[in-house]
Ligand binder design. Structure first.
Ligand code: 9D3
Length: 363
């Protein structure tokens, strides 16, 4: 990942970025950072880059031309029009989904304003994304850029060690994290919860999930309303089990994998509601065996969002027989209360588990 920051105060970025985990990542080359002082591109003999606002009012406005020249230098280095973020309070507030999506870029250009703002005309030409870091007022965009760099870098391969890994995020399930404890067992007469000493991993996981929900209810009830339970149901060859497992893990810390290959599970009825997210995976085996709906006839939704990964021949099926079958199951799921969000070819799941997860989380 290459970060390019255009700012009037490059030392503010440089200092912060060369510390701790980011400092290590810069040293070992996982990330690169180049700060450009917009002032270096001033055409003025006093190196001035701002002027009074047309229409009057308090403060100064950064001129279009110096910023444009600083930007062009970076753009030429990159070789194409880059993803260019203007940090501003007049924008959508950054969240984890946006962070993970930005982490897929090779280059990120960030523009930091100071004073009242920047001439709108240059922003119109170069900015691809407007991002705020929260609903409060800062003195400039530098801390915003720093927050973005910090959050994005956690998803750049090699930045975090295995221990620090971004695999299981506290925000991944829209639930807050459970409480943590370490030695000693008793501190200020407070004992560590008994269950954590039991060694019963299943019980511990259940306990942690309950504490997560409890804590979210108390501190962030707004998150709870948006949180989803993920179920990945699959039917087909053994390879699917692995895919379903991997996707489920990427989507949710507490996701559930349902194996429809087991006859017993196929007989059981499944009821989902609108807080559930159901992902169905099926390969050609499904097409051969079941005659279409048999396998997924026992699932019932209630405005339940649903993603389907279908064997590629189904998705791209030109032969009318296949299209008919896809239609049939689509109608069936629709009647059952599922909202089919998207149907993907199964092959895309393997190559891009991560991108797929992001796509799914956009709903
Ligand atoms: C005092 C001037 N304000 C008028 C009410 C407008 C204003 C301009 C520039 C307010 C703050 C700033 C500087 N802030 C940022 O550049 C900024 C920011 C922020 O202030 N809050 C949240 N996210 C961001 S990202 C960049």
């Amino acid at each position: 990942m290459n970060y390019h920051v255009l700012t009037l105060f490059p030392e503010m970025i440089d200092r912060a970025a060369h510390t701790s985990i980011l400092g290590r990542a810069l040293k070992n080359g996982c990330i690169h950072l180049e700060t450009t002082n917009i002032r270096d591109y001033s055409a003025d003999k006093h190196m001035r880059v701002d002027d009074y606002p047309y229409g009057g009012g308090a403060g100064m406005v950064i001129e279009a031309e110096p910023l444009y020249r600083a930007y062009s230098a970076v753009k030429n280095k990159i070789g194409h029009k880059p993803r260019t973020i203007y940090l501003t309070p007049q924008a959508k507030v950054l969240n984890q989904t946006m962070v993970e999506e930005l982490a897929l870029e090779e280059d990120l250009v960030m523009i930091c304003g100071h004073y009242e703002g920047i001439d709108e005309r240059v922003l119109d030409e170069v900015v691809t994304d407007y991002i705020s870091i929260g609903d409060y007022v800062l003195t400039g965009g530098e801390l915003g850029a720093m927050v973005l760099i910090d959050a994005v870098s956690r998803f750049v391969p090699g930045v975090l060690s295995n221990e620090e890994s971004a695999q299981f995020e506290s925000l991944q399930d829209n639930l807050l994290e459970y409480p943590h404890y370490t030695r000693p067992e008793i501190w200020h007469e407070k004992k560590v919860p008994e269950i954590l000493l039991s060694g019963d991993h299943k019980k511990i996981e259940e306990w942690r999930h309950e504490r997560s929900i409890e804590r979210t209810k108390e501190r962030r009830p707004d998150l709870l309303r948006q949180s989803m339970k993920v179920h990945c149901a699959f039917y087909g060859k053994d390879a699917l089990r692995e895919m379903a497992g991997k996707l489920c893990q990427t989507l949710s810390q507490y996701g559930e994998v349902i194996d429809f290959n087991r006859k017993k599970l196929r007989k059981q009825k499944y009821y989902f509601d609108s807080q559930d997210l159901v992902v169905l995976l099926a390969d050609e085996q499904f097409e051969k065996d079941a005659g279409v709906p048999e396998t997924f006839t026992n699932i019932y939704g209630k405005d339940t969002p649903c993603f389907i990964f279908w064997s590629d021949s189904f998705v791209h099926g030109i032969e009318s027989e296949q299209t008919k079958q896809t239609d049939k199951i689509q109608r069936l799921l629709d009647k059952r209360g599922f909202l089919i969000k998207k149907i993907y070819p199964l092959s895309t799941i393997e190559s891009s588990c991560k991108e797929t997860a992001l796509e799914i989380r956009k709903i």
